[in-house]
Ligand binder design. Structure first.
Ligand SMILES: [Zn+2]
Length: 768
């Protein structure tokens, strides 16, 4: 690699930071780069071009085939071997690479049985046969059979009820048809929310067992040809997955909040709050069809019907099933691979980039495609380092183990290094599965401008436009009305989605308050093999990303983000999008209150004049829904004021930063500013955490208690409203307003240090 021409940062003690933020265009006409001077931006782009040129698709394909060659779940020989191989690669590229091991609870199945006992008899197959075109010789003996991790043991027999997706609203529909699941076993199809919500709600409603199946309508023949002819789910394929109650906490179920190392205080199994309350088993549609066909009772509502050739009935019965599951409740090691490239001038500031390496079985898509993108980045960065260049800040590449079971490796590592991360972490960048299609960006809104800037500079492999323009086109095409379409055309930056959970960013963002970004490519693959043993290299290379063009695009995206965060003179985090997003969320809560109020009033009217009863078929069971309590007006004014003032503060801060950068920041003030920016995500954390789940401390983003991976923004307020806990909603709105006021005071103090204050508006054209 060519020697790097720019090495201006000595302990980040550059003499001035002229033009560091949002500077004018350089003479060359190159666009500005957030946090860089014109000269710094030019050098950075030159470096990125060199790294792009080092990406080698043939090598990436070989890595993919290697890492997906054998099952590599937690505790497996394949997983241990992959971790060791990953460590060796990072080390050979010049990183200080090590494996950090934690000891976690990881149950694996000992017995699984499911049978229809009446009417007639049918025994479910519960395994996934090898198919002719699997390509790889599947190592059947090493595969984990299909199961849901953290289901409790159980042996139950009962009448079957079909509950659609098994979400709270589905049980309201069942109740109106007089169908009760108490003492019965529910059959739910995948979809609608994270799978762990289905057994949780079923248990709350009194069910004694839960079966989850993949309806062909979701990702099987309804969507396209099935494997091996096409990429969609074949008849015996099963979606494995964790059903731990992850919205309470992620990581090792036995050690919430602390690292699962030797001597850690571990909960007794009987006291673990995140295990399911009833036994759970996932099945294929081949196994589900005879169960559905044996159901009687009312015909399911139209939206509940899948794509199997049967009439979907709700039950209960006459189908009766026997479900038996038993697990080995072992403590297993998870092996996190940590590769460090120390920063030359700011070694105590860490830029973190991670992807998991464990899979349910072969995991060519999930997670190997994303892991390969990260490897390609790391190898290119390592080669640059071997040429003598060093990043200003420390870069940490992580390959996590145990993500599939519940973010085990990343959470334990984050808990083990919590103090260092709070002091040192700049941001955490996450990927998981990558395939053909569109860039998706989600994360801390402090990274919104930054992520958009990078997306503007990465070219889509198949259309030649920027990946940002493709993402914009997709959003415009999907927009619901002309107004939204017009807005999407006009805005420079596209809004980041907020993060719930579902990958390794959770412990960093929502437990520790490290700014986090999750990005991936996808949407044009044929993806019906999710969490089945058919997620193989052969499948991926036909239906995922055959030329690994999008894996390479992910690597180009990731290396830009990682390097720019590591090299920026002033960290490229901005506060205006944070305040704007919070303002939008407050507006959504207010709107939600209005919707719920109208629903309550309308429900009262429908009940008073017996409309629903008269509209129902008198020969069928109809149970009128209960009256809804009156929706009061919440005390939202303090929160609305706090959000509005936060927006003004953020705008003043950005103007002051731009003006100060234009004048030239002295090194001490630059260091102070970077320290402030590193800590700004933590302004949104409250150590008391969310109601009933203190591990989650972020008051703006959290996974929903009844959506799982799906995000709830302003979770403490919004969930209290959704659960109609009005006093709690008022108390949480007041707490959030207080938090935003404190955040504003901290921002104002930094603005004053930058010489901003009230008159800062004058400096809007600084830097030109
Ligand atoms: Zn994954």
């Amino acid at each position: 690699m060519v020697q790097d021409s720019r090495r201006p940062l000595a302990g980040l003690a550059f003499a001035t930071l002229a033009l560091a933020l949002a500077p004018a265009r350089a003479d060359s006409g190159a666009p500005p780069m957030l946090g860089f001077s014109a000269a710094g931006a030019a050098a950075e782009r030159e470096r990125e071009a060199r790294l792009d040129a080092a990406l080698a698709p043939a090598e990436m394909r070989a890595w993919l085939e290697r890492l997906a060659a054998r099952p590599h779940h937690v505790g497996s020989e394949g997983g241990r071997a992959n971790a060791e191989w990953l460590r060796e690669q990072f080390a050979s590229w010049g990183f200080e690479a090590r494996i950090e091991t934690f000891e976690v609870l990881f149950p694996t199945p000992v017995e699984r049985a499911l049978e229809l006992v009446a009417p007639g008899r049918f025994r479910a197959r519960l395994d996934e046969p090898a198919l002719a075109d699997d390509g790889d010789a599947r190592r059947l003996r090493e595969e984990l059979p299909p199961y849901n991790a953290y289901s409790i043991d159980g042996d139950v027999t009962g009448e079957l009820v079909y509950v659609n997706q098994g979400l709270p609203r589905d049980y309201e529909e069942l109740a109106q048809r007089g169908v009760d699941v108490r003492g019965r076993i529910v059959l739910a199809r995948y979809g609608g929310a994270w799978r762990g919500i289905k057994p949780k709600v079923a248990a709350e409603k009194g069910a004694i067992g839960c079966i989850i199946y993949s309806d062909p309508r979701g990702d099987g023949y309804f969507e396209g040809d099935v494997w091996p002819r096409g990429g969609y789910r074949s008849r015996d394929a099963v979606q494995r997955g964790s059903v731990a109650d992850m919205p309470i906490y992620s990581g090792d179920p036995l050690t919430p909040g602390v690292a699962a190392i030797e001597g850690a205080k571990r909960l007794p199994l009987a006291e673990v709050p995140v295990l399911t309350k009833i036994p759970v088993l996932p099945i294929s549609y081949a196994d589900a069809e005879p169960l559905l066909a044996a159901l009687g009772g009312p015909v399911a509502p139209e939206g509940w019907r899948g794509a199997l050739p049967v009439t979907y009935h709700l039950g209960p019965g006459p189908a009766r099933v026997h479900l038996r599951v038993k697990f080995a409740w072992r403590i297993e090691p998870v092996h996190d691979v940590i590769a460090v490239l120390p920063g030359a001038s700011a070694p105590d500031e860490w830029v973190l980039r991670g992807n998991h390496h464990d899979a349910w079985v072969y995991g060519a898509t999930d997670p190997v495609s994303g892991m390969v993108a990260e490897l390609a980045e790391a190898k290119a960065v390592g080669a640059l380092a071997k040429s003598g260049w060093r990043p200003a800040r420390t870069i940490v590449y992580a390959a996590w183990d145990g993500e599939e079971a519940g973010l085990l490796g990343s959470t334990e590592w984050a808990e083990a290094h919590a103090e260092e991360l709070r002091a040192r972490a700049v941001a955490y960048l996450n990927t998981d599965s990558i395939a053909r299609g569109f860039l998706a960006l989600a994360g801390s809104h402090s990274l919104e401008r930054f992520a958009n800037e990078v997306a503007r500079e990465v070219t889509d492999p198949e259309t030649g436009v920027s990946v940002l323009e493709r993402m914009r086109a997709a959003r415009i095409a999907k927009a619901v009305d002309d107004g939204e379409r017009q807005r999407l055309r006009e805005v420079a930056d596209l809004r980041l989605e907020a993060l719930g959970s579902g990958s390794d960013f959770t412990p960093f963002l929502q437990h520790l308050g490290v700014a986090a970004l999750n990005f991936d490519y996808g949407g044009e693959e044929e993806y019906g093999q999710y969490h089945s043993s058919y997620d193989t290299a052969a499948h991926y290379l036909r239906f995922g990303d055959p030329r690994l063009d999008y894996v390479a695009a992910a690597a180009r995206s990731g290396l830009r983000m990682t390097l720019r965060l590591a090299e920026a003179e002033v960290l490229p985090l901005t506060l205006e999008p944070v305040a704007a997003a919070i303002g939008e969320y407050v507006g959504e809560v207010e709107k939600l209150m209005g919707t719920m109020r109208r629903e309550s009033e309308e429900r009262a009217r429908l009940l008073a004049d017996r409309t629903l009863e008269l509209a129902a078929d008198p020969t069928r069971t109809f149970v009128a829904p209960p009256a809804l309590d009156r929706v009061p007006y919440l005390e939202l004014a303090p929160l609305q004021n706090a959000a509005a003032l936060l927006a003004e503060s953020a705008a003043r801060f950005e103007r002051a930063r731009e003006a100060a950068s234009g004048r030239g920041l002295d090194p001490a003030l630059a260091a102070e500013l970077n320290g402030f920016l590193r800590g700004c995500e933590r302004l949104l954390l409250d150590d008391a955490g969310l109601p009933g789940r203190p591990w989650y401390r972020h008051l703006v983003y959290a996974p929903g208690q009844y959506t799982g991976y799906g995000v709830k923004t302003l979770p403490a307020v919004r969930e209290a409203v959704e659960l109609r806990r009005w006093d709690e909603a008022n108390a949480q709105a007041a707490r959030l307003a207080g938090l935003l006021d404190r955040a504003r005071a901290a921002i104002d103090a930094m603005t004053a240090r930058l010489g901003g204050g009230a008159a800062a508006g004058a400096a809007s054209s600084a830097g030109s």
